[in-house]
Design a protein around this ligand. Sequence first.
Ligand code: AP5
Ligand code: MG
Length: 233
Amino acid sequence: MLQQMTIEPLYIVLLGGPGAGKGTQGAQLTTYLGIPRISSGDLFREHVRSRTDLGMQAKEYMDRGELVPDSITVAMVMERLAVADCVRGAILDGFPRTLPQAEALENALATQGKRVRLVVDIQVPAEVMVERLSGRWMCSVCGEAFHEKFRPPKERGRCDFCGNTLYQRDDDKIEAITRRVQVYISQTAPLEDFYRERHVLAEINGDQAVDAVFNAATLALKQRRLVGIEGQV
Ligand code: AP5
Ligand code: MG
């Protein structure tokens, strides 16, 4: 695990369309940096599984490939960010994804003298997003993402890491995928400009092997001196 070079908490945003590889890269980055990954999609799916009111509200939007309203989303993520394990920062996967969400995050962090320090923008063509999501299989327990063509599990239907059953997400159906791509282009892609203006945007080619994407992301961290060599303070 690498140590951060400064004591300012390291808030990283993973930006990218559906299937860009936010979850895949986020899982590796959380090990590399030793800070938690907070996936707004995973938080919603936990609420759906637990059949909370929030989950029931969110499911309607998620199944259609639409965004859950900002008010619900912002409150849920802020509550998670307030948990003690985020004291050294967090990797935000899939949040923010509208301008009001980005502004809400910026304002909330600013009240504590904090800010987003890097936005890893994983760029992938729309046709690749569709291909990746159509063949994705997720672990029902540890959340690891596999792909029947690009990252097949050693044993069909079983997670390589924890041995539990793999499943396909309800929103990985072609109608919902198509809508998610449209929603990304119209509502989330404008965040590139928002973060470019703040000089924290790192644009990365996500249409290459998983390890190559990870190397590009860690290079962006090193170039900005957000991490050092192992053991360095
Ligand atoms: P969310 O869960 O965030 O879904 P998403 O943004 O559509 O993205 P995915 O999780 O589908 O893809 P990913 O980028 O994580 O890719 P992955 O690594 O799995 O959100 C779901 C829904 O929740 C939203 O539609 C919305 O309704 C709601 N929601 C969530 N956040 C919200 C917010 N902030 N505001 C409002 N609503 C919100 O990879 C995909 C596949 O590709 C896998 O099979 C993987 O193995 C494979 N793969 C990954 N990288 C590579 C590579 N480099 N080469 C080949 N294959 C690869
Ligand atoms: Mg994901």
